[in-house]
Design a protein around this ligand. Sequence first.
Ligand SMILES: [Zn+2]
Length: 675
Amino acid sequence: VAPSETPGTFRPQLWLGVVYHPEHWPEERWSEDVHLMTEAGLTVARLADCAWATLEPAAGQFNFGWLDRAIALLAEAGISTVLGSSNFAPPGWLVRQCPDLLAKDPTGRCAQLGASYHGCINSPVFQAAVARLVSAMAQHFGPNPDVIGWQIDSESKQDCYCPRCQAGFRRYLAERHVSIEVFNRRWVRGCRGEAYSDWEQVTIPFGQYNPVLTLDFARFVTHTCRQFQRLQIELLRPHLRPDVWIAGSPAGWNGDHDPYTLAEDTDYASSAFCTVSERHDHRSTGALRALARGVKRRNFWILDTEASMSGGAVAKCALHKDELQALVWQAVAHGADGVLCWQWRPAPAGVDQHHITLVDQSGQPRPFFEEVKLLGLEFNALSNWVAGSTTAKARVAILNSCDSRWVFEGQRHQTGFSYVEHLEHWYRPLAARNVAVDIIPPDGNLDQYKMVIAPALSVLDDKIVGSLTELVRHSGHLVLTIRTGTRDEHNALFPLRQPGPLRTIAGVEVEDYYSLDEPVPVKGNWFEGVSRQWAERLRILDPNKAVKIARYGTSNGWLDNEIAITVCAQGTGLTYMVGAYLDVAAQQAMVDHFLQNAGLQKIDAPPGVEVCIRVMPDGKQLYVVINHERSPATVTLPSPAQNPLTDQAVTGPFRLAPYGVAVLLRAQPPQTSTV
Ligand SMILES: [Zn+2]
């Protein structure tokens, strides 16, 4: 994968912006909005993210004048535009014309107009209407020099159970599994009397169902979303200048989307909201950004993020005062070239009334508008330094297996087990040491990585097994965790003990596994702690290659004094097998040791302080130092640096304000760019 050059943008620039809906407000108000945006230092606005009914008030009658005027008004103020393909909410006239295009739930009930995402993306009528709108928009706005990028909606109702989708699913299966006999062998093997003699008998699974069918349905959803996205890209691309980029729907841990597959046809990955549930968790957000970064292994855009408080109908926690600065700079530190807040002003009606905005319902700036203004000043001042730079090349990858995630979402096996939380449990100790990480798909190229962590990599195919074996043969360090190697690519259990076909390089097998109701002690060579939720009892297959790193203490009898963690050598490569789900402190101690064994550099910083590196086109490095805490922090960087704006040297400890950020130019050239 060619890393890191910035596709698209007219000139290298660090973009700060907002999602704006001028169509919600009288045109007389727009100049006031644009004036306030200029005051905040915004440089980009995303328009028409959901404006189909306004853009095409009746079939084939396009009303683009308002959008032309809004783009021009913004451009006069130096604000560029990103346009949405605007199709995830088919308008009332279209639904009335063809009610059949509404998506259906498993009971056959239709989705409702007004809810968004109510169209079935496999409906030919819906597709034709989308194609007509996108073609017209492409011809009209494609040549507009003020439009710098497009976002394609690819996630109109995905899990539709209408007869069309049922038929499409059957066709997908027939192509994938060749014959009904092969399909039966792979899928059901006669379990619970389930067997099929004709494709017509197969239906889309819902609820508790055969996990094999559920996994193939998740893949089908990604497949159809990609086709729907491609339909739009193919209509759009011929009308765009070469420097105009196309991004898709945000990459995240969402539903039946494989973000890696969806991003194959786009220029940029996009990222969105943090996964705020309670208090904002910057490590969790860091993992989300590492995922966006790993999607195309290059910089990305954040097309909508919380500016303060998250949530629509139900407001979730608000960011603290000044925390927006840390959140936005963290995105940049991880590779964002542009950050857009959601959204400008509350929708006067409809489902977006309660999303947080920069100006309130009265049109007046909210108190945190001052923070956005500060960000605008910072982005403007530092754009020449940061724009065009990329993140430092990561030497550590975490494998994000959508197949495995879907399998666990279908069957957790252990009540509290979450694939994403488990993945984050491996991301956090790396982030605490400021080690750059790419979160990539399991079949991705591993050449650049010294260490690869495969959390709960349950589903394996020959390609993945081959690639991980090659990694270890070429001196790589592989970390396997609980639940690994249980299933083949069709989600059938391997007729092997875990970690299935990875036993050869792991040098161990799992004799049995235990869902835990209370923590089990684990004593390692360099740490002591407990395993929670889950524990796997390991048996060494080849004592000449594999050795024990940790044992369980006294607990349920089955685990007493049994092996919890091992390492197996193959030449200069290593495979760790971690059968315990360790507590936070033990996990950190263990990962620290793994990093040391792999000779990977880390950057020490106080807890809550994150240090990332962006590399400029000439090889110079920028430290982006972020304090994620509500109290001040004192930081010492591993090498001298200077403030790029003042040339002031920073050689010793320096202070960061609560949620404060420093962008500093590393004074000495690095010996290797491997952090
Ligand atoms: Zn459908």
